[in-house]
Write a protein that binds this ligand. Structure first.
Ligand code: FEO
Length: 387
């Protein structure tokens, strides 16, 4: 378990979690990494730690470079446990280290999780000299916790961006030009959609700051380090933060006896006939977090469920609950479904879509029992009539 030198005397000393498939409810089909970085200067500095079960992996990588006891500063950019979980173990070993974290939220969060340590709170623009290098702290509150900050080293032109620009992607490679860029961007999109999407305004603020920096490397705390394709990820973040897709449709549904499924397929076909890119997601086989990246870049969202026990199917309720929390904006939506006698599910779905703040672009589509050819033709006609 060796470190990787990313620039002279600056090392990746993180951990690779090849086996994780669920990160607090988000499917991590390609695993994850928890990136920590060691800067060898007059003051030896560790930037972030790793998830608790990987603390020995972190310390072993550090030990290849220096006795971990000699670490002077531990910069905690973010309190969430995938980055702070090893703090107790690291502080047990690094007895003389000071933890540098944001004021007041970082100190408050770390104290709540781990108790009292020598904390050094920092505010936006504060600079810490570690010898030949300086570290400048930039708060990024609510990206995606109140305590978040990023750390910039002007002498090295490196931004340690923590969650921002990260991806859940386990890989033996560390840099964007060593691996398949399309996979990295796909995972960055999934990460943004599931973790960052509610905070588009904050992303736009952070984007302006990051664009103003002289940058060679963006070193996030998850996944691949950006050095060749920085503009690709910065431009993608800018576009995603607009939360205003102009095209594309998704049809999300669950079905009991295939009638709602038939409606879903008809809707998808109609969007295609309209010349739009469309994806169909059956909630029996698709995880919510795998659908959300398509929400990020789709203008139209159709949601369907049959009626069961006077309501929608639990899979559809779960999707709508998750969707609402992520606050997509500027979407055109409608509800559909087949029913036997009540039909409440379609009414409830529309209510939930309105509660998301979406515009309802078509009337509810309800069909009793089995859809007839003429009813399906009506569905097609109404979608083709969308402006
Ligand atoms: Fe990667 Fe918000 O923790």
């Amino acid at each position: 378990m060796k470190p990787v030198e990313i620039k002279k005397d600056i090392y990746w000393v993180g951990a690779i979690d090849w086996s994780i498939r669920n990160f607090h409810g988000y499917t991590t089909n390609r695993g994850a990494t928890y990136n920590a970085y060691l800067i060898m200067d007059e003051k030896i500095t560790l930037i972030d730690t790793v998830k608790a079960p990987f603390s020995e992996e972190l310390l072993e990588r550090v030990s290849h470079i220096v006795d971990p006891e000699k670490i002077d500063y531990l910069i905690s950019n973010h309190v969430e446990m995938d980055h702070s979980g090893s703090i107790p173990r690291v502080m047990e070993v690094c007895k003389n280290a000071t933890i540098v974290t944001s004021a007041p939220s970082g100190v408050k969060g770390l104290t709540a999780h781990y108790g009292n340590y020598p904390y050094q709170p920092v505010k936006g623009g504060d600079t810490l000299s570690i010898g030949k290098r300086n570290l400048v702290f930039v708060p990024t509150p609510m990206l995606h916790w109140p305590d978040n900050m990023v750390t910039y080293c002007p002498e090295e032109k490196i931004l340690f961006s923590n969650d921002a620009f990260g991806q859940h992607y386990a890989s033996s490679e560390r840099f964007d030009d060593e691996t398949d860029l399309s996979v990295v961007l796909e995972e960055a999109k999934k990460y943004y959609a599931n973790i960052i999407m509610p905070y588009g305004k904050q992303v736009q603020g952070a984007y302006e700051v990051v664009k103003s920096l002289d940058l060679e490397i963006i070193a996030p705390s998850h996944g691949i380090i950006w050095r060749t394709h920085k503009d690709d990820i910065l431009n993608a973040y800018y576009e995603w933060s607009q939360n205003d897709p102009k095209d594309g449709a998704i049809v999300v549904f669950d079905s009991m006896w295939h009638s709602t499924e038939t409606m879903a397929q008809t809707i998808a076909e109609a969007f295609k006939e309209k010349g739009m890119s469309v994806k169909l997601f059956d909630l029996k086989v698709n995880h919510n977090s795998d659908i959300i990246p398509y929400v990020l870049t789709s203008k139209y969202i159709a949601v369907g469920s049959p009626t069961l026990n006077n309501g929608m199917l639990p899979t559809v309720a779960s999707f709508l609950c998750y969707l609402k929390g992520l606050s997509p904006k500027n979407r055109e939506t409608f509800a559909f479904g087949s029913y036997g006698w009540g039909g409440q599910s379609i009414i409830q779905i529309e209510e939930q879509l309105k509660a998301c703040g979406f515009h309802i672009c078509l009337d509810k589509m309800s069909i009793s029992y089995i859809p007839k050819k003429e009813q399906l033709e009506e569905i097609t006609k109404s979608i083709l009539s969308l402006s």
